[in-house]
Design a protein around this ligand. Structure first.
Ligand SMILES: Cc1ncc(COP(=O)(O)O)c(C=O)c1O
Length: 513
C-alpha cells in the first residue's frame, strides 16, 4: 500500500486480464451487438510523437492540460463501461466517461450510424436563417418527454451555454413584458453551472471563482439546506427572503439551481419545505425558476427530467450531457409555453446563439439517443436498479467510519465523508481524502470522481458515482466491489493520520453571504 501511494498519481495502472470477453476493439466479425459495425483504424501517428505513450506528462505533450502536474492516461477506445488506454490498460468507468456524459456507454454502433448517416446527408447549416429536419424532430422528441407545459427547445453546444442562454431568456422574458427592472439572479452557493464567466458567477464558491472575481457579476447566493446547516430548509428560505429584500422584490429575474445536484453536492436535493417555499415566493414576487439539468436531464435520475418531481416545477430547464450521450456536443434550453408567449406577443426575437446550435449532425445524435433510451427502457431501468445500487453501496460501506452518507437518485449517487471523531465535521483538508480515493480507485482500474470543496465551507470530501444507464448487473457489482475496496483501504490509511490533525468545525460556512 505504502509503495502505491509513493508513486505519482496516475502512474500506477491497473492492467486487466485481456480475455477475449473483455478485449476492446475486436474485429468486425467478432464485434458484439451494439458495437461499431466496422473496424475503425487509429489515426496515423507522426514520427517522434508521444501519442502512443501512456500516461503522458504535460512536458511531453502539445496539449495545454487542465492540471499540468497530473500525468494523463491516453485513452484510445471504449466499449460499454470499459475504456482502454494505448498500452492496453483497462478502466471500469463508473462516471460515464468521467463527466457523466456517456450515459449509453462507449462504442454504440447505432448512435455512430445515426451520426454517419446524417453527416453524409447534411452535417451543418446555421440556424439563423435556416432550419433542418433533425433540429425540428429533436425539438418534438425532447418536448414530448419534458415535464408538462414545456413546448419549445433552443439547442446549444454545451451545458454552460445552455445555462447562459436560460439566464438570457429569463431576463429577456421580463423585458418583453415591460419589466426592465428585473435582472437579479439568486442561486444556491454550493453548486457548479459551468466555466464561463456568467455560469461561474452562479456559484457562490470563492474557491471556484479563482482569479476571475473581478470579471464576475455579483449574483445573490443562499446556503444549501443540507443536514449540516439547515435540515428543514427553513434557513435557506430565510436567506432567500433576505436576498429578495436586499435586492428589491421587483428586481429579481430568476432563481437558478440544480433540482438534484451533481458534483458540487452529489445527489443532494433540498427538503420539500424549501421547494414549497420557493414556489410560494415565485407566485408572490413574479420571478422565474430555472433548473440546471445539464447532468440530470435525459434519464440520469431515473426520470426524463429530475425537476418534474419537485414541489416547484421550473419555468426553464437547461440540459446537455445526456442529450448527446458523449457522441455529440449538444445542449438545450427547454421553455414553458408562457415564457415563449412573452416573445411571441412581444418583439418576436431572441437572436443570440452559437454557430453550432441546432446543427443537423448533433441533433441527429440527440434523436438517436432519445430513441435508444426509450426503446431500451432505460429510464425504468435506472430508476429501479438505481435504488438497489444505492443500497448495495451503502451496505458495502456500512462499516467504514469516515462514510457519513450514501445518497442517490437513479444513477446519480454520492458518498460523503466526515471526521469519524464526531461523525459530523469535515475531514481535515490536509488529508486530501477525496484525491486519495480517486488515486486508489485509479490503481484498481476504476474511475470515480471525488471533490474536496471544504474551503468554500458548505461541503467536505465526497465522491460521485454515476455509471452509464446500460451497465449490466455484473458491471455494477464489479464497480461496487472495487469502490468498496478503495474506500476501506483509504479509510485504513487515514484513520491513524487523524490523530495528529486539527479537527475542522462542522459549522464552517466560509462561502455563505
Ligand atoms: C450541473 C452542471 N451544470 C453545468 C455544467 C457545465 O456543462 P458543460 O461542461 O457542458 O459546459 C456541468 C458540467 O459538469 C454540470 O455538472
Amino acid at each position: 500500500m505504502a509503495s502505491r501511494r509513493a508513486r505519482p498519481r496516475g502512474l500506477a495502472l491497473y492492467r486487466a486480464r485481456r480475455t477475449p470477453r473483455n478485449r476492446i476493439g475486436g474485429r468486425a466479425d467478432s464485434a458484439p451487438a451494439g458495437a461499431v459495425p466496422y473496424p475503425v483504424p487509429d489515426p496515423p501517428v507522426r514520427e517522434g510523437s508521444s501519442v502512443a505513450r501512456t500516461p503522458i506528462e504535460s512536458e511531453r505533450s502539445h496539449v495545454f492540460p487542465l492540471e499540468l502536474a497530473r500525468p494523463m492516461p491516453v485513452v484510445a477506445r471504449g466499449e460499454g463501461v470499459w475504456i482502454e488506454d494505448v498500452a492496453g490498460n483497462r478502466y471500469l468507468d463508473a462516471m460515464s466517461g468521467g463527466s457523466m456524459a456517456a450515459t449509453l456507454g462507449h462504442g454504440r454502433g447505432d448512435i455512430v450510424a445515426a451520426a454517419v448517416a446524417q453527416a453524409a446527408k447534411l452535417a451543418f447549416v446555421h440556424n439563423e436563417r435556416l432550419t433542418n429536419p433533425a433540429q425540428e424532430r429533436l425539438a418534438e422528441e425532447l418536448t414530448a418527454v419534458a415535464p408538462e407545459g414545456f413546448t419549445r427547445a433552443r439547442f446549444t453546444v454545451s451545458g454552460a451555454d445552455a445555462n447562459e442562454m436560460a439566464l438570457q431568456i429569463a431576463r429577456s422574458y421580463h423585458v418583453e413584458r415591460g419589466e426592465h427592472h428585473r435582472w437579479q439572479v439568486i442561486s444556491p452557493a454550493q453548486a457548479y453551472h459551468g466555466p464561463t464567466m456568467q455560469t461561474l458567477a452562479l456559484t457562490g464558491r470563492p474557491g471556484m471563482h479563482g482569479p476571475f472575481g473581478p470579471y464576475l457579476p455579483q449574483h445573490l447566493h443562499i446556503p444549501p439546506s443540507t443536514w449540516r446547516f439547515d435540515p428543514t430548509g427553513e434557513a435557506a428560505l430565510e436567506a432567500l427572503d433576505a436576498a429578495i429584500d436586499e435586492a428589491g422584490p421587483d428586481t429579481i429575474s430568476t432563481y437558478f439551481c440544480e433540482a438534484i445536484s451533481a458534483a458540487a453536492l452529489p445527489a443532494y436535493t433540498p427538503p420539500v419545505r424549501f421547494w414549497e417555499g420557493l414556489a410560494e415566493r415565485r407566485e408572490r414576487h413574479g420571478f422565474l425558476v430555472c433548473f440546471d439539468e445539464v447532468v440530470t436531464g435525459v434519464g440520469r435520475t431515473g426520470e426524463w427530467f429530475a425537476g418534474a418531481a419537485t414541489a416547484c416545477p421550473p419555468d426553464l430547464i437547461a440540459t446537455a450531457k445526456g442529450l448527446g450521450a458523449g457522441y455529440a456536443a449538444i445542449g438545450a434550453v427547454l421553455v414553458k409555453e408562457h415564457v415563449y408567449q412573452a416573445f411571441a406577443d412581444g418583439s418576436k426575437r431572441f437572436t443570440l446563439g452559437h454557430t453550432w446550435d441546432g446543427a443537423p449532425l448533433a441533433c441527429a445524435v440527440g434523436i438517436a439517443v432519445i430513441d435508444a433510451v426509450r426503446r431500451e427502457g432505460l429510464i425504468e431501468r435506472v430508476r429501479e436498479r438505481g435504488a438497489k445500487l444505492r443500497q448495495e453501496l451503502a451496505d458495502a460501506l456500512a462499516d467504514v467510519a469516515i462514510v457519513r452518507e450514501v445518497r442517490g437518485h437513479g444513477y446519480l449517487l454520492g458518498v460523503s465523508f466526515v471526521d469519524p471523531r464526531d461523525g459530523a465535521s469535515f475531514l481535515p483538508p490536509t488529508l486530501r481524502v477525496g484525491g486519495r480515493i480517486d488515486a486508489a480507485a485509479f490503481d484498481r482500474g476504476l474511475i470515480v470522481l471525488s471533490t474536496q470543496p471544504t474551503r468554500d465551507g458548505f461541503a467536505g470530501d465526497q465522491t460521485l458515482f454515476a455509471p452509464a444507464f446500460t451497465a449490466t448487473d455484473e458491471d455494477l457489482g464489479e464497480m461496487v466491489s472495487r469502490f468498496s475496496d478503495v474506500v476501506h483501504e483509504v479509510a485504513k490509511d487515514v484513520e491513524p493520520e487523524l490523530e495528529g490533525a486539527e479537527p475542522v468545525p462542522s459549522t464552517t460556512g466560509g462561502g455563505r453571504r
